[in-house]
Design a protein around this ligand. Structure first.
Ligand code: ATP
Ligand code: MG
Length: 785
């Protein structure tokens, strides 16, 4: 068996090898960025299976993003001839969804329960507040959403909470009502997926024992960013409570946690880096492995990362070295405006591409989503293919949500959120008043909006019953069709496409709706939800009935141990439509047209975690932006920003660029920024300043030792606060069509003018340098007669 595995192991260093081939016991790998943690985790899974120590069904692997899960499956598939698709590899949300689908009855859910994304959840809460006449000044919906999700992530239901004051008691009451509403409508929010799975495992002994016996190996990547509930879920599956009660170890599987405390960047969403030390203590972990060799980055990049993170005080302490040599210096650039910064990025990227760097190996990272627009514009104008991750997800666009709402109603007529979204969209003369009447009726009758429609009389009643009938007809017409056909039928039968076609601005939306058909098509091919594949679910029930298979036959489905005491909830598969709707709620829904393209990658630093690229640009390195102003009132906040910067730097293999700008238009205001304090924390000899170091606006000497800025609120210069308008608007006297001269770009023609006073910008076509946006307050332009 060891021979079969040896090619897998040949490429590992001694520490990695030790980690991959650990005996079956709980272990923690604590190591810095790029040291091969994820590689070790993946290789261990392959090693365990190829040496026959575990069948594919005995593995539970948790990754942080869907992208990471897919990558892990691809790598495993390349290492071993095994059907990875059926394996339990995924995000917490994805795995819990699968678990609840398998046991929907025990979880008290309808089979085709739908998932509320963050937007849906907010509108469900708003609806609840309105229904109960709650003053939304006193209880803003967003705050309540935060309250509910936060409590769920701590494992707390409304009945676990007590309120000392009137407001808290009201919030608890609303939490309870919200949960009741979701239950009635057959929908679950993201946090509910986890909490509901956790409770089912906790309360149902046979189910819990089954999964405890089944998952021999539980492996978790990015463990530093797990929250309380996720850790509790893992403890439950790993039989922590049973072991504490004296049941022998080996009753449940062993846990391998992999993480880096320096990359904990989700504290604001409830992640608890303390889970790492708790894990070591509670599981009596004796195997703690450190990896210190970095295989990703050249020396200057790594030195920068190491020096920066040194400024944090609470660290577990790790070292990273590389054998790769110093490589290129980290380039630092100052620009006059965000426009100039974006233009500079595009110029630099053009050069990189000319030098042979694939576009997909170039990433632009930013601290906040709002920064992407200017960069996108510059890339777009330069006809440079690019792809944005995060931001508004494809499946969150309004037109797509409308289409999905129709599809959801086909699956579940009691989904009131979807009902309300499209009952009058496209407009069909159903007014607010009618909808209120309908909601009243539904409340009185204790039924869904769909079912209440027939109880209304008059014009309102007939319009509403017509809508319900329309959905019923669509449901009949689409019965038995393929997913693609269903969607095409719905786009047509709902009137959505027609509606957007009639809209002069609707072309993009029609295109997106067509894209939805493509998304469904590729979902079917990738996930095997085609007509034939439906009959052959890969463990979609969690507990399948086929005989156990230990072999690594590539065509063998992944099979669970037979389980007489726990009957699966259903013999049927989830319909392709229901599966697709789940996919839409859980996946980013990358635009398929862009998916395979060689394009520059744009994303926030948060979503870049775990990834790597040849060349990385980090833009907006300014006080107030990075570190973000919201973080500056707390010490922990600043340390988290620094970890975020550490994550950003360590994404780069060969080249790293850091840029900042003197002015930036953000949320409609021009900000005058100081450059980020992080520059003072980077080693001078690893950097190369492309623009002179001390130049520019507002760069006065700060005379502060690295890492010793005041960080209490008020002690910090309000760096990014918009300045009050000081001067009267300078009349720049420019007009479109005018010829101007710029010291660097030469002669050009003014194309467009935007903004007033200090915010004024001009788009100028410079024959030798292309079209550029210039801030008139900074750019030196002289009219050419
Ligand atoms: P992060 O903390 O950013 O998630 P990581 O510790 O998970 O990083 P990996 O992504 O697993 O690191 O590995 C970083 C890079 O180094 C990958 O390209 C990986 O293939 C490579 N690598 C890891 N170990 C070795 C090795 N022993 N020999 C050669 N390359 C390696
Ligand atoms: Mg990793």
């Amino acid at each position: 068996a060891a021979d079969a595995a040896s090619p897998l192991l040949r490429q590992l260093n001694p520490e990695q090898l030790a980690a991959v081939t650990l005996p079956q016991e709980h272990a923690l790998i604590l190591a810095g960025a790029g040291s091969g943690k994820t590689r070790v985790l993946t290789t261990r899974i392959a090693w365990l299976m190829s040496t026959g120590q575990v069948s594919p069904g005995g593995i539970l692997a948790v990754t942080f993003t869907n992208k990471a899960a897919k990558e892990m499956m691809t790598r495993l598939g390349a290492m071993l001839p095994v059907n990875v698709r059926g394996m339990w590899i995924g995000t917490f949300h994805g795995l819990c969804n699968r678990f609840l689908r398998a046991h929907y009855k025990l979880a008290a859910l309808p089979q085709s329960f739908q998932i509320l994304d963050t937007q849906d959840q907010l509108s469900a809460i708003k609806r609840l507040l309105k229904q109960h006449n709650i003053d939304d000044e006193r209880f803003p919906a967003k705050q309540l959403q935060w309250y509910i999700s936060g409590n769920k992530e701590e494992g707390l239901r409304a009945h676990n909470l007590t309120g000392r004051d009137e407001d808290t008691r009201k919030k608890i009451e609303l939490y309870r009502l919200y949960d009741e509403q979701c239950q009635r409508e057959g929908v679950v929010d993201f946090a509910e997926l986890l909490l509901r799975s956790f409770e089912l495992l906790r309360d149902n002994d046979p189910i819990r024992e089954h999964y405890q016996r089944r998952f021999r190996h539980i492996l978790i990547d990015e463990f530093q960013d797990t929250n309380t509930l996720q850790y509790a879920w893992i403890k439950m599956l790993a039989g922590k409570a049973e072991i504490d009660r004296g049941l022998p170890e080996g009753h449940a599987g062993s846990v391998l946690a992999v993480g880096d405390d320096d990359q904990s960047i989700y504290a604001f969403r409830g992640a608890r880096v303390g889970n790492m030390s708790d894990f070591v203590r509670e599981f009596d972990v004796r195997q703690q492995i450190k990896l210190e060799q970095n295989y990703r980055s050249h020396g200057n990049i790594l030195d920068s990362a190491n020096a920066l993170i040194e400024h944090n005080s609470r660290r577990l302490g790790k070292n990273l070295r590389t054998d790769q040599g110093p490589g290129e210096p980290v380039r630092v650039v100052e620009q006059t405006s965000d426009f100039a910064e974006a233009q500079w990025m595009v110029d630099e990227i053009r050069q990189l591409v000319r030098d042979g760097v694939p576009r997909k190996e170039i990433a632009i990272l930013y601290r906040s989503n709002a920064q992407s627009r200017v960069i996108e514009t510059a890339l777009f104008n330069a006809a440079m293919p690019y792809r944005v991750y995060g931001g508004l997800r494809f499946f969150e666009r309004a037109e797509i949500k409308h289409a999905l709402a129709y599809l959801r109603l086909l699956e579940n007529r009691h989904d009131d959120t979807s009902f309300l979204r499209v009952v009058n969209f496209p407009p069909r003369g159903i007014g607010v008043r009618s909808i209120e009447q309908l909601q009243d009726a539904a409340r009185t009758l204790g039924c869904s909006l769909n079912d209440a429609a027939s109880s209304l009389t008059g014009k309102a009643g007939s319009n509403l019953t017509a809508f319900v009938a329309r959905i019923d007809v669509l449901r009949e017409q689409t019965a038995g069709l393929t997913l693609r056909e269903i969607i095409e039928q719905v786009l047509d039968g709902s009137g959505l496409v027609e509606h957007y076609k009639a809209d002069r601005e609707g072309a993009d939306r029609v295109e997106n709706l067509e894209e939805l058909v493509n998304a469904a098509e590729s979902f079917v091919t990738q996930e095997g939800f085609g007509r034939d594949a439906v009959a052959l679910p890969l463990d979609e029930h969690g507990l399948s009935q086929s005989p156990a298979s230990q072999g690594l036959d590539p065509n063998a489905p992944v099979v669970d141990a037979p389980l007489p005491d726990v009957a699966p909830d259903t013999g049927e598969t989830l319909s392709p439509l229901a599966a697709f709707l789940t996919h839409a709620a859980l996946e980013a829904g990358d635009n398929q047209a862009q998916a395979g393209q060689d394009a520059v990658q744009l994303m926030t630093v948060h979503s870049a975690k775990g990834l790597e690229f040849d060349c990385v640009f980090i833009g907006g390195m300014e006080e107030g932006l990075f570190p973000h102003e919201n973080s500056m009132t707390e010490r922990d906040g600043l340390e988290e920003e620094r970890r975020l910067m550490y994550v950003a730097i360590t994404r780069a293999r060969d080249r790293l660029y850091l840029s900042f700008s003197q002015t930036r238009l953000l949320h409609g205001q021009t900000r005058y920024n100081l450059r980020s304090r992080f520059f003072e924390e980077l080693p001078e000899d690893a950097l190369k300043w492309i623009t002179p170091r001390q130049s520019g606006f507002g760069m006065g000497s700060r005379g502060t030792a690295p890492g010793r800025f005041g960080i209490e609120a008020g002690n910090f210069p309000s760096a990014a606060a918009p300045l009050p308008p000081q001067k009267a608007a300078p009349s720049h006297g420019l007009r479109a069509g005018m010829k101007v001269f710029h010291t660097k770009f030469g002669e050009g023609t003014v194309k467009l003018l935007e903004g007033n006073g200090d915010d004024a910008r001009a788009q100028i076509d410079f024959p030798r340098h292309g079209v550029k946006w210039l801030a008139l307050a900074v750019a030196k332009l002289t009219p050419v007669p």
